[in-house]
Write a protein that binds this ligand. Structure first.
Ligand code: F7E
Length: 382
């Protein structure tokens, strides 16, 4: 008998990687997606199966973390062995504009899942993974951050996630649930376009192809510990395979500024940028092209135009991207995950950026119609 998993947030970055990973392990994967008037399943289209296919291993349900009846019905019907709660309003800046919805989905949504499992008498069967976040550390109380580091959330998003974290711990202790938190620090080519890493790799690709002149950023000095979501979904799975539930930090242990991330993304296509000025007047200027690398990564046809841009400003600062309260520094210590789960990341920051840049150059070429070619079938783990 195949194991059954339920993934909330299956259409998101981590949901898509996890779905593919679990299907490859022989699971039947159910996913919850929100109804939208536009298609919102791009990231899992390669896994999609027509409802008329027999013995499907991917089944999607409409639902929402704000709807208890819906969640309880789905969990009751499919009786999952494992639930991965990855759904959330996940944009930190947007959470300042939609704080009540964020609290409802990201905080109470966790309670709804835990309660559904309890009320349906599924505690002995169903294991739960709660997607907690490095944003919980906020105004960091310790460097690097580990499982015992006190939390100090700095956004409505992180405050809602704090409730999600503690209600998971509370249900574990009160009702002996196999419920665990993963405190993750993660990115990938599937990252939404408005998060900083993807915004950068997308913009650098568009600048290289002549589709965009400049990118406007927020706080260039904040530091993040970025790892590849592909590595991180392996940790989620491993957490639920443990005999005892527990909470784990999953991180690379390396922290980098947004400024350096920009430098590295440009370097990936053989381009050197130089930062000048300070605060809102800070800019980055195109300084040098290693033409051999540019041709290899971007293509010879784009070089002439790009050469003319040496000396141009390609990065500026726009205060609209500043946050009312910022998280300045995140760096995780994943020693517990390494020792107890045997988890090791395969990607470092350079290979993560390489993966993101290759993907975005390809995507942007398609978008600009400068290169022909149909959509490729993606297999993230091949
Ligand atoms: O910002 C700075 C920004 O929006 C990272 C979510 O997935 O990861 C994410 O939260 C940093 C911040 O992600 C821009 O001020 C500068 O310091 O990519 P982000 P986040 O806030 O770290 C954690 C793990 C989660 O759980 C969250 O759900 O970059 N920054 N300039 C910028 N950020 C954005 N978005 N755009 C800029 O132009």
């Amino acid at each position: 008998m195949s194991k059954v998993a339920l993934i909330t947030g299956i259409t998101g970055q981590d949901g898509a990687y996890l779905a593919e990973y679990l299907i490859k392990k022989g699971y039947i994967v159910h996913g919850i997606k929100r109804r939208s008037s536009m298609f919102n399943t791009d990231r899992i289209d390669h896994l999609y199966q027509d409802p008329h296919v027999e013995n499907r291993n991917l089944i999607l349900h409409y639902g929402d973390l704000t709807d208890s009846l819906n969640l309880t019905r789905i969990i009751g019907e499919i009786q999952p062995d494992e639930i991965y709660n990855l759904a959330a309003m996940s944009h930190v800046k947007v959470s300042f504009d939609t704080p009540e919805y964020t609290a409802n989905a990201d905080g109470l949504g966790v309670l709804r899942i835990l309660e559904a499992v309890r009320l349906l008498n599924l505690i002995p069967k169903t294991r739960i993974y709660q997607a907690s976040t490095s944003e919980l550390y906020g105004l960091v109380q310790e460097v690097p951050q580990k499982e015992t580091t006190p939390f100090y959330p700095r956004s409505p998003y992180a405050v809602a996630k704090l409730y999600g974290y503690w209600i998971t711990v509370n249900y574990r202790e009160a009702y002996k649930m196999h419920a665990s938190n993963g405190i993750l620090f993660n990115e990938s080519p599937l990252r939404g376009e408005t998060f900083v890493t993807r915004k950068v790799t997308r913009a650098v690709s568009r600048i290289a192809l002549g589709m965009q002149k400049k990118v406007y950023m927020g706080n260039l000095s904040s530091k993040r510990d970025w790892g590849h979501a592909k590595d991180y979904v392996r940790a989620m799975y491993a957490i639920l395979q443990q005999d005892e539930p527990s909470d784990y930090v999953i991180a690379t242990g390396i922290t980098t500024t947004i400024r350096d991330f920009l430098r590295m993304a440009f370097a990936e296509i053989g381009v050197e940028i130089i930062f000048k000025g300070e605060n809102v007047n800070e800019v980055a200027v195109l300084n040098y092209i290693d033409e051999k690398v540019f041709i290899e990564r971007v293509g010879e046809v784009y070089l002439d135009n790009f050469r003319k841009r040496i000396g141009d400003e390609v990065v500026g600062v726009d205060p609209q991207y500043f946050r009312p309260t910022e998280v300045d520094l995140l760096i995780g210590d994943a020693t517990k995950a390494r020792t107890r789960l045997g988890w090791e990341p395969k990607y470092d920051l350079a290979s993560l950026i390489e993966d993101m840049m290759l993907n975005d150059i390809k995507l942007m070429k398609k978008e600009s119609y400068l290169k022909e070619g149909g959509y490729e079938v993606l297999n993230y783990f091949e």
